[in-house]
Design a protein around this ligand. Structure first.
Ligand code: FES
Ligand code: FES
Length: 1022
């Protein structure tokens, strides 16, 4: 099924002439194109320069600007007039260029992001946007900046409400909304001449600085000693770099300009912005059935259609059988004959334009054997369910599945559950259903491939991809193409966020796009339409959780029976199909003092989309049930929800091998969050407010499951782990040049987290700089950066960071040695500050001088795994205040307090921006189910652009305060730990509990919607 808005017009594009360059440019020059039904030739005055273009009647303004003229700064995301990413100004008015026909803009003045300001002459919106961190991934930025420019041209003194109203049609998936509002208001003030300098500063942060040495009253701290036992070895606390006397770490600074500024100027090179004049465009034909086998497939007519260069199907795809290995994961066959999921690709067409490729897709004839399917857990678990596994049943049983729990995929227990219930005064049972959620990126999943000859005349592929690393994807691609990895240059510097969910949607087709480019001899690009992309994204799956809880009158839980049923899509093993990620993760937040519990995990094969990371892993789908249950139990035993959690929260103790954490501020998270949110204003009785509008407070907690902390070269564990087959090795190179600058080379792409910015802070600190200005970055390109694994699970700062810290430590020691020799002093007498090593009495030498005979290069390496991998599981919470309109069921998220177990905060400015995005995205997961097919719920995502999957806009963002609790990680440099995914799972429970507190309606079936609130209110009135 296709949703082409232009099917009514069948025509072909032909030529265009760039008047500015005076050169004729042919699109798809070597292909025979048909006589179009309707064609136009017009002049477009773009950013003051006239361009003449020939185009079809169905061609949009975006296609003229970005595809025909190659002005790629304007991004297209939804292509359905629902996100604003493609906005440009036509005669000063903002329009969505994806839904403006080119002919409507002919002869008019068009302003794109390139016309707002150049890198050397930034407009205040761009300059201040950078300072205010108004872009994370930056994919929406070109759109809102031009709209904001139009606003300021018309209204030089806008209010916050004016800004919100002007930008309400722009979706920022990273939710940089607070930064965007501040940017527009500050830019207006600067343009009016009322302000000159804009200083980087946080918006709303409470920073709880815990003492470095703690007294263990809460177990939020670490051991008292300067050295401690970690992973069976004695190490120096903080790796010898304690969190004291810091100059750069902890400073609120904008992201690195080389990463951030191109987001504001339209120059950040997303794969979707890669453009060549002779490029081919790929489109998918997808399967409309959730379970089917292709019986016959006829591409003959499509192959003869105008502009069609090649059609790839399961019949002629030369991909080797079996999954392509990527890291420790597998990618499904890109063109399967046996189809388990509605929306799977059946053919990939490469043609001169997207429209021509779509025309050809529509002409392919496919005959399917339609098979019975199951898309929901209810159907999968039914006694008469179609068997998707050749007689083995839909329940997945692994080799490790427990024999004493024959209905479970995984199980764990403690104590005697029957005795626990016998000792209880109160027994309650609850069932919660999470229907499915997904983190949708702004950048359409896609890639570009181009083959060239190298200087030896041999073929070499340049590939622009998305995703979270470059080397694993490059190696997998080379393996599939059966070439040496050195024959592939893989580039992924910026991407419009992947959230984990989009990585596979892009990587699965890398081989197909590279192959299409090879057989056609032309660059090939794919950008999945959003409805097709949504079927490919990894989701937070449907999950049903059942609890039976026994407690004493004083509130103490005596027994928990916990059963989880999860839809694993067509996965047979790994991830959700095997066990709940980290098995202890599901249980350890509240069970450390519960003597009796049983937990089972039952994964079912279905024809629903595949589960996987989706801006966190196993978080919302599992945590919302726990947090709702804790609230319901608190009420049942008559305790305040915070008190009830404090009664049960895990407080690791030294020597308790169940919880090997040295910093776990669970108590501080609860207490400081309650304080910052004004929890004492909460009325325990639900629906206590009188009148139509009722306010309520709720909270939820969570714990990060990952806890991935690395080892670095020089540690004994590194040597062993790095030699293991498939080791996740991270590398970096630091190069000090004679100008005194340090260049940091890392492979990791930036999808909006500005991770390299944090790493640059650390390098600056370790090298004794008092600013970050002396560190430059080269990243995201296999020709430029050393080998590294990819990031996921919030591990950049501790795994890529392991390599960075290792390299910076080596460089520091090397410089001390060289300076000691040059100055004739002992190295330990030297001080390092801002690029000068000095020993007093006029004895000093600069970094630049030490590199005078040639750059000084050092390499650092880190590796994941080993016992340290599970010892850093941050804890977080959300405290929510909502207002419910009891007449309509509408509700507003008024305010959120979002406490995080941060370790030392490296850059509070970027950290705040990241956590704002975390909260808003998790709110969206809470309130929007995946827009399932209406006829067959649970099958494919059915979403046209973003129209039926409503993403939060600038109007939907609550006021929020981030609470940073700097529970220093004693194992790591300066007490750093990762907290990017720590708190995200707490949001659904917090909102559900706040809605209940406001109006007395308990929602146990996700998502939280107006309709469900209204239904609950109606029941109350009966
Ligand atoms: S509004 Fe045009 S791409 Fe979304
Ligand atoms: S910064 Fe707006 S979508 Fe990423």
């Amino acid at each position: 099924m296709s949703y082409s808005r232009r099917d009514f017009l069948r025509a072909a594009s032909v030529t265009l002439t760039s008047a500015a360059a005076g050169e004729p440019v042919l699109a798809g020059a070597s292909l025979t194109l048909p006589t179009p039904i309707s064609r136009e030739r017009s002049t477009f005055l773009i950013n003051g320069t006239p361009h003449i273009a020939d185009y079809e009647a169905r061609t949009t303004l975006w296609e003229v600007i970005a595809v025909k003229l190659g002005l790629t700064g304007t991004n297209r995301s939804c292509n359905r007039a629902s996100c604003g990413a493609c906005s440009v100004l036509v005669d000063g008015k903002p329009v969505y260029s994806c839904h403006t026909l080119a002919t409507e803009a002919a002869n008019k003045h068009i302003t794109t992001i390139e016309g707002i300001g150049a890198p050397t002459s930034l407009h205040p919106l761009q300059r201040i946007g950078h300072i205010r961190v108004a872009a994370d991934c930056g994919f929406c930025t070109a759109g809102w900046v031009v709209t904001a420019k139009a606003l300021l041209d018309k209204n030089p003194n806008p209010t916050e409400a004016d800004v919100k109203s002007a930008l309400a049609g722009h979706i920022c998936r990273c939710s940089a909304y607070p930064g965007i509002i501040r940017t527009v208001l500050d830019s207006a003030a600067v343009l009016r001449g009322e302000r000159k300098a804009i200083e980087p500063a946080n918006d709303s942060v409470v920073h709880i600085e815990l003492p470095v040495i703690r007294d263990f009253s809460t177990y939020g701290g670490h051991t008292r000693a300067e050295t401690f036992l970690a992973d069976r070895s004695i190490i120096r606390t903080f790796q010898g770099y304690p969190p004291e006397n810091l100059n750069v770490i902890g400073k609120p600074l904008p992201p690195l300009p080389e990463v951030s500024l191109p987001r504001f100027t339209g120059k950040a090179q997303y794969a979707s912005r890669v453009w060549f004049r002779d490029m081919l465009y790929a489109r998918f034909l997808t399967c409309p059935h959730p379970h089917a086998r292709i019986k016959s497939l006829d591409t003959a007519a499509a192959e003869k259609m105008p502009g069609v260069a090649y059609i790839l199907t399961y019949k002629n795809s030369p991909r080797k059988a079996g999954p392509i290995p990527i890291g420790d994961r597998a990618v499904p066959d890109p063109l399967p004959q046996d189809i388990n999921l509605q929306g799977e690709p059946v053919a990939i067409v490469a043609a001169a334009t997207e429209d021509l490729a779509q025309d050809a897709c529509d002409a392919i004839k496919v005959e399917y054997e339609v098979l019975p399917f199951v898309s929901t857990l209810k159907d999968a678990m039914a006694a008469n369910a179609p068997d998707l596994r050749a007689g083995r049943g839909n329940l997945l049983r692994q080799a490790s599945s427990p024999t004493d729990e024959p209905t479970a995929t995984w199980a764990n227990h403690r104590g005697d559950i029957n005795r626990g219930f016998a000792e209880a005064d109160i027994i309650k049972e609850f069932t919660y259903r999470f229907t499915g959620g997904v983190s949708v990126p702004m950048q359409p999943s896609g890639s570009v491939a181009r083959w060239d000859k190298d200087h030896n005349g041999e073929d070499r592929l340049t590939f622009w991809g998305m995703g979270q690393g470059i080397y694993p994807a490059r190696n997998a691609l080379a393996a599939a193409l059966d070439i040496d990895p050195s024959r592939v240059r893989f580039i992924n510097k910026w991407n419009g966020s992947t959230f984990g969910s989009a990585r596979m949607a892009a990587e699965r087709y890398y081989f197909s796009i590279a192959h299409l480019s090879r057989v056609t001899g032309k660059p090939v690009k794919i950008m999945l339409p959003k409805d097709q992309e949504l079927a490919q994204l990894q989701i937070k799956p449907e999950t049903i959780t059942k609890f039976k809880i026994g407690a004493r009158k004083d509130g103490r839980i005596t027994a928990i029976n916990h059963e989880v049923y999860v839809s694993a899509g067509d996965l047979e093993f790994g991830r959700h199909a095997s066990n709940p990620g980290s098995s202890t993760n599901q249980m350890e937040l509240y069970t450390s003092t519960v003597p009796n519990w049983r937990s089972i995990w039952c994964a079912y094969k279905t024809n629903a989309p595949r589960p996987g990371p989706s801006r966190s892993y196993y978080q919302q789908e599992t945590k919302w049930s726990w947090e709702s249950m804790m609230d319901e139990m608190a009420e049942a035993v008559g305790l305040d929800p915070v008190e009830f959690r404090l009664m049960h929260i895990t407080r690791p103790r030294p020597g308790d091998t169940r919880y090997p954490y040295d910093c776990f501020p669970s108590t501080e998270i609860l207490q400081e969050g309650a304080k910052a949110s004004g929890w004492d204003r909460r009325t325990p009785k639900p629906a206590a407010d009188s009148g139509r509008y009722k306010r309520g407070f709720g909270m939820g907690m969570t714990q990060h499951h990952g806890g991935l902390m690395g080892y670095h070269e020089g540690e004994p564990e590194f040597e062993a782990l790095s030699k293991a087959p498939g080791a996740n090795i991270f590398s970096t190179e630091l190069e000090l040049s004679s100008d005194g600058y340090v260049t940091m080379r890392i492979a990791l792409p930036d999808s909006g987290s500005n991770a390299a910015t944090a790493l640059a802070h650390v390098v600056s600190e370790m090298l004794g700089f008092t600013s970050r200005d002396r560190v430059r970055l080269i990243w995201g390109d296999t020709d430029m950066a050393p080998l590294s694994d990819e990031w996921f699970g919030g591990r950049t700062i501790t795994l890529q960071g392991a390599a960075i810290c290792n390299a910076a430590d080596k460089l520091r020691k090397d410089l001390l040695r060289r300076a000691a020799t040059a100055l004739g002093v002992d190295a330990d007498k030297l001080q390092i500050r801002d690029g000068i090593l000095s020993a007093g009495a006029g004895k000093s030498i600069s970094f630049g001088a030490l590199a005078g005979n040639g750059p000084i290069k050092v390499h650092g390496r880190g590796v994941s795994g080993g016992p340290r991998a599970g010892t850093n599981k941050g804890v977080g919470a959300c405290f929510a205040e909502v207002e419910v309109d009891t007449w309509t069921g509408n509700w507003r998220f008024i305010r959120a307090v979002y406490p995080h177990d941060t370790g030392i905060v490296i850059n509070p400015l970027v950290a705040e921006a990241d956590m704002v995005g975390s909260l808003v995205e998790s709110t969206q997961i809470t309130t929007d189910a995946i827009p399932w097919d209406r006829e067959f719920p649970g099958t494919r995502h059915y979403s046209v652009g973003y129209l039926s999957y409503r993403l939060p806009t600038i109007m939907d963002t609550p006021k929020q305060t981030q609470v940073f609790i700097d529970s220093y990680e004693p194992r790591w440099f300066y007490g750093i730990k990762s907290f990017s995914e720590t708190s995200i799972g707490s949001v659904p429970g917090a909102i559900a509990n706040a809605v209940y507190n406001a109006c007395g309606v308990r929602i146990r079936e996700h998502p939280i919607t107006r309709e469900k609130i209204m239904a609950g209110l109606r029941k109350q009135r009966v």
